[in-house]
Design a protein around this ligand. Structure first.
Ligand code: GN1
Ligand code: MG
Length: 367
């Protein structure tokens, strides 16, 4: 986007310092972001982000959720006496002429700004860092447990597996861009496990499984790390909403414990790394163990399966719909992503018994 248009947008926000440059940031399949540089020594840089309101239709609700969450976390950190809070929680910038946290430009596009946090992102997750990350996730969920405002669903049915299966079946039925014949076998293979993967929704309906406030997009590149590989800050809060804890555990493992990334078209490289799983779960159980119910703990292996599976379903649905949701760089990318995630799901499934045994071990050591 052109510099003078970006300048015009930024000038609406109540930032400190003089803007000297913009650089597009590579991140996310949904929103576009720019790093906004300021020239003074004592002013922070910022992130300017375009909010994709085709996906997040209710921008007011979205930003209300996010502001509630960051204020809540900030208060907790203040109570703990933390000194460098601005590195640990996102700071959003209001507009100059109203208290609103987003700007709607002349073309009807929505924008928001936040303080840029210098960090190492996309850090390679090792078993050592994975243990620390597990602990921070347990803390993150514990911190959000007592928010007293009810959060809205910024994307209704976001991680509802039954709903995602229905979307895939609809896409198959419509076959909008005539790709079905090419992928019919894959569709059949994936749908074979649909019922099993909808376990969470069944347990919820039976009143056995609670929803808690979760982040719902805990992939590795939505975490900022410090020099030692500890989680500094959890970013990308668009999807924070009530859900099963499986979401955060599952999506983190989907990305961190995969031996490659979701865009890798070489399926031989895709498998699930048990040592990352073990380290993460060990850390997570140390901090979250106190509030998790047995049904949540027992089903952690299911969570590890569910997320690559759900992502395969979502990528395949988008492929059949003609790539209208996820950004792509070549025509078959969503199909490659589907195969990649389905392969990962299979690899998790093969190791499910080992996971269950490890969880039993963690529980035994605790008592
Ligand atoms: C999207 O926005 P981004 O790239 O962090 C998606 C996630 C998927 C992910 C797959 C709102 O996340 O649910 O897991 O892509 N976010 C939304 O990479 O759909
Ligand atoms: Mg996201």
């Amino acid at each position: 986007m052109e510099q003078h248009l970006l300048n015009k947008i930024v000038s609406q926000f109540n930032i400190r310092g003089t803007v000297s440059d913009f650089k597009p940031m590579e991140k996310g399949l949904i929103n576009d972001s720019y790093r906004v540089y300021t020239s003074e020594e004592d002013t922070p840089d910022y992130v300017l982000q375009h909010i994709n309101n085709n996906i997040f239709e209710d921008v007011d609700m979205l930003m209300d959720n996010i502001i509630t969450v960051v204020n809540h976390i900030r208060r907790k950190y203040e109570d703990m006496g933390m000194t460098d809070i601005d590195r640990h929680v996102l700071t959003f910038i209001p507009l100059k002429d109203s208290g609103k946290y987003y700007y709607r430009d002349d073309n009807g596009k929505y924008w928001r700004m936040m303080v840029f946090i210098p960090s190492k992102s996309k850090s390679e997750v090792t078993p050592e860092t994975s243990y620390e990350v597990g602990k921070s996730f347990g803390d993150f969920q514990a911190m959000l447990a007592d928010i007293d405002t009810e959060l809205g669903e910024s994307i209704p049915n976001f991680h509802n597996m039954e709903f995602r299966i229905k979307q895939l079946k609809d896409a198959v039925q419509e076959d909008k861009v005539h790709r079905l014949s090419k992928v019919q076998d894959l569709v059949n293979d994936i749908l074979k496990d649909a019922e099993e993967m909808c376990l969470g929704e069944r347990l919820y309906r039976e009143g056995k499984l609670p929803k808690r406030i979760c982040h719902c997009d805990t992939k590795v590149n939505n975490l900022l790390f410090d020099e030692d590989g500890n989680v500094l800050c959890v970013i990308d809060l668009d999807t924070v909403m009530p859900n099963f804890i499986f979401s955060d555990v599952g999506d983190f493992l989907r990305t961190a414990a995969s031996t490659t990334n979701e865009d890798d078209a070489d399926m031989n490289k895709v498998s699930f790394n048990m040592s990352i799983f073990k380290a993460f779960i060990k850390g997570y159980m140390e901090t979250a163990g106190s509030f998790l119910l047995p049904v949540e703990i027992e089903n952690i292996p299911y969570a590890a399966q569910l997320f690559p599976y759900m992502q395969a379903v979502r990528f395949l649905t988008d492929y059949l719909n003609g790539d209208t949701y996820y950004k792509i760089t070549y025509p078959e990318l969503n199909l490659d992503r589907t195969r990649n995630q389905f392969k990962l799901y299979k690899s998790v499934t093969e190791q499910k018994d080992q996971m269950a045994a490890f969880i039993r071990e963690c529980l035994a050591n605790k008592s």
